[in-house]
Write a protein that binds this ligand. Sequence first.
Ligand code: OAD
Length: 252
Amino acid sequence: MNSRTPELAEELVHAVRGAHHLVVLTGAGISAESGVPTFRDAQTGLWAKFRPEELATPEAFRRSPKVVWEWYAWRRQLMARVEPNAGHRTLVELERRVPQFTLITQNVDGLHQRAGSRNVIELHGNIARTKCFEEDTLVDRWEDTGEVPPRCPRCGGRLRPDVVWFNEMLPPEAIARALEASRACDVFLSIGTSALVHPAASLPFEASERGATVVEVNPDDTPLTAHARFRLRGPAGVMLPALLAALGPASG
Ligand code: OAD
């Protein structure tokens, strides 16, 4: 198959074209072509010596708040330099075409919203938001005293990124909406995720157990691959535009 114009199974195209409720779950892979490192590929640059599991935990923050804050500050600076890619933009177009569309993301990079996706369920938070580590409430401005991490203007506690760390609960409302949509959809697209981190990884199984058609978009195999009805084995930035083209012109 030529990766430029992949031949897509007509059954797959027919299933997506006829979807009444399409749920999409994305992971770091959809942002890879924007230049954002994924988690389980090698960390690039300054932080090559750390593993995310050593940085993205409450224990790591208690132990080394400055290092953790600066890792996220580095990632925020990276976010400021990257743009959404064709994969993100294809999902914006699909949202316009499908009668009911739910986008669930594990990513904290905000690229779906920047591409124009309107209704994004952020299971793991968003790196652009900051909250108080003590109060667990959002903080949108604080005095820059030079202290790292900065302090909460209300209680003086340390500030942290509004992202879900390992051993932390997901935002209850987000996971409830994601489960509800996954159980109600007729087509489920899993894009750019290693399908290893729960509860997000359980969502395609919630869909397939209720008869939904599950499609995986990933250059590599994952624990979901054997359970997916179809798979587009390639980068999201190539496969999603090819899928959209195969759907034909928007109706109406
Ligand atoms: P991973 O880094 O675990 O997996 C990225 C997946 O994307 C892999 O399966 C790659 O094969 C695939 N991939 C790479 N390039 C791609 C491309 N161009 N197009 C499509 N797929 C591509 O990232 P996630 O699955 O998102 O959790 O990781 C899940 C969670 O683990 C993250 O949200 C984070 C991490 O710990 C928290 O921070 C709580």
